[in-house]
Design a protein around this ligand. Structure first.
Ligand SMILES: *Cc1c(COP(=O)(O)O)cnc(C)c1O
Length: 394
């Protein structure tokens, strides 16, 4: 009889043939501009550590101090015995930072989406979802069992078209979009999306995982960037990217947040954020409220790097954020490019299907406030030499 798991070997072999097999690198150092990766010291162009907070001394000290007082684990889900005063403080501080009525934290951004979407809509309802939304939004939508209607990426006119056509056939409607699209670095036209949804009684939700700590005044996110305070019903954020820690948040209308305390399944059925994570997130908020210095540095670095890459002749797509996709086309070329970078001391991962569409493989460069000007110049130099060698640049 055939081994019942033989299909795994076949699938893995197919991934390898297509250049889509994930080779997972191992870090032997904290996050930062430079990393020890598989024993090599390399310039880091891969992490979501936008503000360089992942090893910041104030976050580390806050985590240690909290562990001395509260231990490590929460010991329960939030609704039973897992809500510590630290969690309440974090929820309040997040709401205040974002300038919204109320906020609720989750274990991750991924769990936040799994909590929020099925709590807001169900079988009788409809979701209008940007075609390129993040996997965690897609999974949240599927879990809800609502009808899912995808609209064209970033296209508020197409959203209006489907709202006109289909909204009336359902009880409740939810319109959901990424704020910043993580693979292209473009942003949702949230002002137009708001204008369209408000005439169709659709709940408006934006997942601002890559905008939190990046977009808006001092990193207050995409709603702040567009000046839409009070108009977006719920904003998802993550503390795993710019905040440098781990955790998710839903922020916005107090009614929505109250409902999530009752019906957000990862809140009810998965244990609370850990003590050091919560304390480190609080320290991250302190830092961001004290000064916009890190956010300013991030943008200065990103603007410089992106402009130079374009001057060199690289195709950086539609990015308007510190995410710099370097478009290469086929996955095997992107993987070869990534290996070329790595042997020249630069860590830039190739991203292919299913994370991005087939034929749109790329190296995604993540710029951070932790990079110095010399780091960025070194990166440009290595990109130039690998680009020439592989015939991407003339
Ligand atoms: C990264 C990301 C998430 C997941 O956040 P985690 O905190 O890492 O779970 C969710 N949504 C979007 C749009 C993301 O980019």
């Amino acid at each position: 009889m055939r081994n019942k798991l033989a299909w795994v070997d076949e699938e893995i072999a197919a991934l390898k043939d297509a250049g889509l097999y994930n080779q997972i690198r191992t870090l032997g150092s904290p996050q930062g501009a430079w990393l020890d990766v598989d024993g090599e010291n390399v310039l880091n162009f891969c992490s979501n550590n936008y503000l360089g907070l992942a090893d910041h001394p104030r976050l580390v000290a806050a985590a240690k101090e909290a562990m001395d007082k509260y231990g490590v684990g929460p010991g329960a889900v939030r609704t039973i015995a897992g809500t510590m005063d630290l969690h309440i403080e974090l929820d309040k501080r997040l709401a205040n930072f974002k300038g919204v009525d109320s906020a609720i934290s989750f274990q991750s951004g991924f769990s936040a989406n799994l909590a929020v979407i099925p709590a807001l809509v169900g079988k009788e309802d409809v979701i209008f979802s940007d075609r390129l939304n993040h996997a965690s939004i897609i999974d949240g939508c599927r879990l809800s069992r609502a009808k899912i209607i995808a609209y064209e990426h970033g296209d508020s006119a197409d959203l209006e078209r489907v709202l006109q056509k289909d909204r009336k056939d359902y009880r409740r409607a939810l319109a959901v979009t990424d704020g910043v699209f993580s693979m292209d670095g473009d942003i949702a036209p949230l002002d137009e999306i708001y204008a369209v949804t408000k005439n169709h009684s659709a709940i408006l939700m934006v997942d601002d995982a890559h905008g939190e700590g990046v977009m808006g005044k001092g990193g207050r996110g995409i709603v702040d960037h567009f000046g839409l305070h009070g108009k977006v019903d719920v904003e998802i954020g993550t503390m795993s990217k710019a905040f440098g820690v781990m955790g998710g948040v839903a922020a916005g209308n107090a009614k929505v947040v109250e409902w999530l305390h009752q019906r957000g399944r990862p809140f009810l059925f998965s244990s609370a954020m850990t003590v050091p994570d919560v304390a480190a997130c609080l320290a991250a908020i302190d830092l961001m409220e004290e000064s916009t210095e890190l956010v300013d540095k991030l943008w200065e670095n990103a603007d410089f790097f992106k402009a130079e890459m374009r001057n060199l002749g690289f195709d950086t797509g539609n990015s308007v954020t510190p995410i710099v996709p370097v478009m290469l086309g086929e996955a095997p070329l992107a993987q070869e490019f990534s290996r070329g970078l790595f042997s020249a001391g630069v860590f830039g991962m190739a991203i292919g299907f299913p994370t991005v569409p087939k034929g749109a493989a790329r190296i995604r460069v993540m710029i951070s406030a932790a990079h110095s000007k010399e780091d960025l110049e070194k990166g440009l130099e290595v990109f130039t030499s690998v680009g020439r060698k592989l015939g991407v640049l003339n």
